[in-house]
Design a protein. Sequence first.
Length: 389
Amino acid sequence: MSSDIPAYAPSEEHELLRQTVRELAEAKIAPKAAEVDETGEFPQDALDALVQNELHAVHIPESYGGAGADALATVIVIEEVARVCASSSLIPAVNKLGTVPVLLSGSEELKKKYLTPVARGEAMFSYALSEPEAGSDAASMKTRAVRDGDHWVLNGVKMWITNAGVSEYYTVMAVTDPDKGARGISAFVVEKSDEGVSFGPKERKLGIKGSPTRQVILENVRIPADRIIGEEGTGFKTALATLDHTRITIAAQALGIAQGALDYAIGYVKERRQFGKPIADFQGVQFMISDMAMKIEAARQLTYHAAIKSERAFHGAKVPDLTFVSSACKCLASDVAMEVTTDAVQLLGGYGYTRDFPVERMMRDAKITQIYEGTNQIQRMVMARQLLK
Ligand code: CAA
Ligand code: FAD
């Protein structure tokens, strides 16, 4: 058999990037992770460190001043940041989520105007699809955009918006024709400074406490007509096409959290002694460690595979199973993250249950990956639709 079978394994460059991000994350982000969780403050130091090293939005193409990193490189950045601090990993992840609608469907003018400041680290970009009464059933949204001459006027409430208040820019999905269902939804760029934009209080959450989650409230927000992303009525498709690319970044976040918990648990079981020997000597502990690593590696391979497909699709290749693999990797990696972090707490015994050790934080952080960018029931529904259509 030939030794040069085309593989989706990371290249040497990808591994070098991993090393760079790991060192930065260990030195600059990990030391503050527990404090960020305790205080719920936005991890500004992490943002600064990521911006200084041009890792805050690596996916932005070079033509808009970005690093032009591929989808696998973006996954590796998010994975390595999440390994030490899940809240901070939402900086590169949500910058990608907010900007992909513009990259996929926006005009050249919108791309130039809004992607360049993000690439420079001067602005962040959020994504506003969900509403109080429209979560899984996103197409049932109520936020309205009404055309008025050369402007659109937006009214409504977007719920659960990650990095709301911190981000300068928002991709907002709104109904432009209530008679057309999903085909009557359009996407817009809204700026934080637009008159009529305000934010709800920070949600009090189980985990990812350093990542602000707030409502975005739109009251008679009047924006120029050219802030529409793509054609009128294509906003829901753009929103879902975006998720095909970005559910992979949530898989990356889940992988990172799981790897962080496994690495900590391995160090601990080699040190902790009971019955006169390290607990790592007990087969019951060894089998748990093996299962944890095995599940992470399986989820990682599927995630990297999906990232390669995302990259190909982004450059125009036909990738009919992108929707399936994107949902599959998000679903698998997040379920694995929940199992692995729960097992890590178990391996640390009573100590694992306290805030003196990081694994309980990782377990709380892991839970969100089964919920956002579509709950895992919705991922299973999306996969089933692909399989049965
Ligand atoms: N790409 C492009 N278009 C797509 C698509 C895709 N992957 N999937 C469906 N569409 C199109 C369909 O073709 C259809 O268009 P036509 O009528 O023109 O054919 C239109 O979109 C509507 O599709 P459906 O009829 O399948 O829509 P639905 O309402 O039955 O179901 C859903 C859609 C899959 C359930 C969707 O609402 C969904 O994914 N819900 C989960 C919500 C979600 O993921 N929210 C994420 C919020 S972001 C977040 O959470 C941020 C964070 O993590 C930090
Ligand atoms: P619901 O849709 O009410 O679901 C409740 C339960 O019912 C879930 O278990 C769900 O799986 C189940 N369910 C619903 N429908 C079905 C079905 N058809 N079959 C089987 N089970 C079903 N949204 C954004 O737009 N932008 C963001 O930046 C963002 N960030 C978020 C950050 C956080 C911390 C959180 C908590 C949420 C965020 N979200 C964001 C919203 C997130 O995507 C939604 O919470 C998620 O899609 C679920 O919607 P819901 O909370 O309304 O739950």
